[in-house]
Each structure stands twice: as structure tokens, then as C-alpha cells.
Ligand binder design. Sequence first.
Ligand code: ZN
Length: 78
Amino acid sequence: MEILVLVLVICGIIASSLGSRKGIATSSFFLGLILGPLGIFLVYLSKGKTGKCPYCNKLIFQSLKICPHCEKEITSIK
Ligand SMILES: [Zn+2]
């Protein structure tokens, strides 16, 4: 039983590190914690919170401060 809990916590940590790149670290952690490997898979598939860069109009993650495409500072996302 303890091993199962340990595995789920590890899954939560892996999921949250994946999700942090998409701006959904906290919810990703719980997905991994509850669903285990399936949660990691769901986070992996998730597009996260995305928006469009106001300068180059490309899809970026809302958590980013600087656009990875045009390297301009993001103040507001469309
Ligand atoms: Zn841009």
C-alpha cells in the first residue's frame, strides 16, 4: 500500500514538472497524484493555458513573460 502511495506521489511530481512548462503545474500535480501514469499522459497531451502573442500572433503559453518566437515582452495575451 505504501509503495502505491509513493508511486502516485512520484507520478504527481513528474506530471507537475511537465505541466509547469505549460503553466498548469498545480493541477498537473493532482492529475498525476490521482490518476498516476494516466495523469502524466493527460498532462503530456494537454495544451495548457495558451494564448496568442500580440506581436507575432503565434501560439504561446500564458505563463511565459517573453515570447519564444519573437522574443518580445508579453504584457497582455489575446
Ligand atoms: Zn511573439
